[in-house]
Design a protein around this ligand. Structure first.
Ligand code: AKG
Length: 277
């Protein structure tokens, strides 16, 4: 396997292998660039219909060139290549925005639990649109929790959680929690089996981040569960051709008007697997 573009040092790669996440990386966007990206985010938010929330901006990289270009930023792809290897595709993006004084939390979970993908060889890049700190509800992770396989999830007890299912307590070291703090324009990276979540935002500052999901080309989606799964090859070749390919969007800002499997539906599917419903 190639050594990758070398944006990550050998010790950072080793840190990721052991801990399942990375932050404190060189910024991807400068302060000026992230201000421009935030203007773009405003344009996207303006496309929401009454009653919709930012959660609706899901997979809009398929319809908005603005988002597609962020997901295909060569610096981000270099980082991803250093972790996933030479052949990988983009398939997901969505915003996690916590307004000032928002009670909304994200319960402990593993992404792989929600995704009908196998094998589990995917990762998330979390791009900070705002400074993300312990004061405004930065994402938190349990280092090393990606090595224990898929953990049992149960219905969320916390009513303010945006997720339906969360990891049952006692299966991971909650006392080893690490906040993944970021400056606007920086990214973190986490493994699809890493236990992570985030607390509420009691501060006066918004906390917005864009999650971008990438997988190795040997990862196959169960299209009976997610028939809209669409991939864009980022680097290398796709010898497997397991998944549908997307068309690069032309419009700079456009909604993706398609029925999407919501987090709730993904949770319901996972619950069925568990025999909870
Ligand atoms: O932004 C957050 O607080 C949580 C993000 C998350 O759960 C994810 O990236 O899968």
């Amino acid at each position: 396997m190639s050594a990758g573009p070398g944006r990550l040092s050998a010790s950072q790669k080793e840190f990721f292998r052991i801990n399942g996440f990375l932050h404190n990386l060189q910024p991807v966007y400068s302060r000026t660039e992230i201000a421009e990206l935030n203007s773009g985010l405003e344009r996207l938010l303006a496309l929401l219909r009454p009653g919709e929330t930012s959660k609706e901006i899901r997979e809009w990289h398929e319809s908005s060139r603005f988002l597609y270009e962020i997901c295909m930023n060569p610096i981000i792809l270099d980082y991803v290549e250093d972790v996933l290897g030479p052949n990988f595709f983009l398939w997901g993006s969505n915003f996690f925005i916590k307004s000032p004084r928002s009670l909304s939390t994200v319960g402990w979970h593993q992404d792989a639990y929600y995704w009908p993908l196998s094998p589990h060889e995917s990762l998330t890049v979390w791009l900070a649109f705002d400074d993300s700190t312990t004061e405004n509800g930065a994402m938190t992770v349990i280092p090393g929790s990606h090595t224990a396989g898929l953990l049992k999830h149960a219905r969320a007890k916390e009513t303010d959680s945006v997720l339906m299912l969360e990891c049952e307590r006692g299966q991971f070291r909650e006392d080893s929690v690490v906040p993944v703090t970021l400056r606007a324009g920086e990214i973190s990276i986490h493994d699809d089996k890493l236990v992570h979540g985030s607390p509420a935002n009691p501060s006066d500052r918004r906390r917005a981040g864009l999650t971008i999901r990438y997988s190795r080309t040997n990862v196959k989606c169960d299209l009976s569960i997610n028939p809209h799964f669409t991939t864009y090859l980022c680097r290398g070749t796709d010898e497997y051709r397991y998944n549908p390919r997307g068309v690069v969007p032309e419009q700079r800002f456009a909604r993706l008007d398609r029925e999407h499997r919501s987090i709730e539906e993904a949770g319901a599917e996972a619950e069925k697997k568990l025999g909870l419903r």
